[in-house]
Design a protein around this ligand. Sequence first.
Ligand code: ADP
Length: 455
Amino acid sequence: MRTLSIKLRVTLWYVLLMLVLIALVIGIMLASNESATLEGIEARLRSVVEENMDEVEYDHGKVDIDEDFAFNMDGVASAVYSDDQGLLAGGLPAAFDPPLAFEDGAFRVANAEGQRWGVYDRVVTSKKHRDLWVRGVTRMDAFASTSGTVLQVALIALPLWLLLAAIGGYIIAGRSFRPVEDIRQAADAIAGGHDLSRRIDLGEGSDEIHRLGETLNRMLERLEASFEVERQFTADASHELRTPTAVILSQCEYALERDRTPETQRESLEAIRQQATRMSRLIAQLLAFARMERGSGAFAPEETDISELTTFVCEDYAETSPDGAALIRAIPDGITACVDRTLYARALSNLIDNALRHGGPPISVTLSRADSAAILTVRDEGPGIDPSQLSLIWNRFYRVDAARTHDAYGHTGLGLAIVRQIMQMHGGTAEAASQPGQGSAFTLRFPVKKSRALS
Ligand code: ADP
């Protein structure tokens, strides 16, 4: 059954149902027709025989049959018998010779000569003479022919009717399913040709299959967009890696030339070290980013005292970097949120790094608690960011001044993209506000469940 197409299965199913239904209807028709016909025959026999009874009497001891006696009327053959079954007048079909035993006023159906007969008897009694019997007999042909005709019509019409229904149903089902075939062909073409720009075109319509086509088209659009982002990412990543690789190669060749002094060789090695550091940082960030996007890295949010964690990260800067010592902290105690500790620390570090490298002092780190969010802000008073760039700085590999930021720090243009990704994973938001010349403020909002104590 599973190998049959859906349209064939649907057609077979309702043809089968129709077959059962029609068989039932014909069965009921035949049954009711038989009882109606039997009643009709009985009524005809009764009326003929009862009328004939009145035409039979004794006249001076002799049986007198009036000329109105109908020996053959309405298909009913009548005869008069004496009570010892002697035929006095009329004649019945040979099958009734010898006749059946008489039974007054009873309608009977008898089988004889391969036929069915209706029989009806009435007795004519006389005080002085012997009883007389009037018998009427009719063939059940009428019934046989009516039911036979119904059956014949049904037997010819039924297969024709079913054939018509099956062909019609098959065609309609085929038409309804044609768009599915279009969808399959389009999907095949997309899979075979890797052409994500192709769309399923089902024309006008709003039925289920058209809606399915629209949904698939929307899905293709999203797929195409995310493939484009991936493609761009790979292109950007290779571009970013190509520059330091080229610098390393050329510095190596330069240093290896024969007449290089130890001093120039040292300079080349220093340049190589810078580029290698840059590459290593880029690769580490790319890996972290790819892991986060794929969701393959461990993401383990837990209820965390982020006041403590923020203070810890800031103190770490104060200890390890000379500029970090100048960080201004406004971190009230006891603010908690459900965060992944490592990712929270990475987001905060990226913002502090940026404030130190792109911004300028004084740099402040502020933590506060609003109704349904913990808000972390890193503010600096550096050169700020042009408003036209504000939405772009979150893009991967985007740097406001790419030439300037190709420096020893190893700017990758991935820092803020990683922050945004971390915030998406936490269901939070990241925003930047800045005025050129007046510094920038980066704000992260981590959603927190309202606790009774705080609300
Ligand atoms: P990267 O720091 O590696 O260049 P980011 O994604 O962290 O990459 O930042 C993207 C760009 O946004 C930076 O190149 C810089 O131009 C700009 N930017 C980020 N933070 C600041 C800031 N605090 N002040 C001024 N510009 C900033």
